[in-house]
Design a protein around this ligand. Structure first.
Ligand code: C2E
Ligand code: CA
Ligand code: CA
Ligand code: CA
Length: 277
């Protein structure tokens, strides 16, 4: 059984035990997805608003399902979490993103790749070491990797969060706080954490083109971030009006459909080439 989400995708009704058989089948399918290499990454460019260059990409996972076609994260991530497979998914995503990074380096492209980490994958205290091993196995500098974490992880266990972030960042990996503004973390707390940037949630960015008050909120949040020595990234930039306003407000980076949707690496290659001409 499926229900619709805001985005119109269908998700499994994973908490509903009346559909035990379907659930079991889905779990088996999920395990197959990992062993049969059905998870793929799409990449969305991140634009440096100071000079228009492409500073990096965000890796976003998709499931190329043999029968159901391309599935989006809101259709399967909850289930991955419930099945205890998030750790495996994170490893797979990191592996694929870093393999792609090697290809980009060979092509002379300097792109930082950002990988999303769920709170559960950050609980793992060995993460900094494992990421370090994956980087050195590929001869990649830590500076190619950015990790996107959410406020709920930061707030759940502050000491642990600080410890893990400190170790990751000491190795040169950059840290971004995703969906900023939707959680409960105070800026005062964030100021003391080893992080590089705040990623303003798209719900603040969507209304700014036609709502002056929404735009003013974005502008002052950018100033606050800068006051704390942090870079600001705006996500969900869907039109030129928002883009231009963000430039005017001094926002550092932006992502959104206005520039590009998340796309496969081959399509990104074409996009990057076209952009340079
Ligand atoms: P997120 O990290 O906040 O990623 C931004 C989402 O907004 C992506 O959806 C992206 O495709 C979409 N987006 C980007 N620009 C625009 C825009 O201009 N307008 C609109 N309407 N949407 C835009 P996606 O790819 O479906 O991912 C949804 C969420 O799933 C992500 O939200 C992230 O929380 C999670 N996710 C994706 N990949 C991974 C992964 O590899 N690991 C983990 N743990 N979570 C992931
Ligand atoms: Ca993200
Ligand atoms: Ca986000
Ligand atoms: Ca989000």
């Amino acid at each position: 059984k499926a229900k619709s989400t805001h985005s119109g995708h269908h998700v499994y009704r994973s908490v509903d035990n009346r559909h035990g058989d379907a659930r079991l089948r889905t779990l088996q399918e999920l395990r197959l997805a990992l062993t049969e290499d059905q998870l793929i990454l799409h990449y969305q460019p991140k634009i440096n608003l100071k000079n228009g260059s492409v500073s990096g990409v965000e890796a976003l996972v998709r499931w190329q399902h043999p029968e159901r076609g391309l599935l989006f994260p809101d259709q399967f991530l909850t289930l991955v979490e419930e099945a205890g497979l998030m750790h495996a998914l994170t490893q797979e995503v990191l592996r694929k993103a870093l393999d792609q990074s090697v290809l980009w380096a060979a092509q002379g492209r300097t792109l930082t790749v950002a990988v999303n980490l769920s709170a559960s994958s950050l609980i793992d205290g060995d993460l900094p070491e494992r990421v370090g091993t994956m980087l050195s196995a590929r001869d990649l500098p830590a500076t190619v990797l950015m990790l996107e974490i959410t406020e709920d992880f930061l707030m759940a266990d502050r000491d642990r969060a600080r410890d893990i972030l400190t170790r990751l960042r000491a190795s040169g990996i950059k840290i971004s706080v995703d969906d900023f503004g939707t959680g409960y973390s105070s800026l005062a707390y964030l100021r003391d954490l080893p992080i590089d940037e705040l990623k303003l949630d798209q719900s603040f960015v969507f209304p700014m083109a036609d709502d002056a008050r929404a735009a003013a909120l974005v502008a002052s949040t950018i100033d606050l971030a800068h006051g704390l020595g942090l870079k600001m990234v705006a996500e969900g930039v869907e039109n030129g009006v928002s883009y231009d306003e963000l430039v005017r407000y001094g926002c550092d980076f932006a992502q959104g459909y206005f520039m590009s949707r998340p796309i496969p690496a081959a399509a990104l290659d074409d996009w990057l080439t076209a952009r340079l001409n």
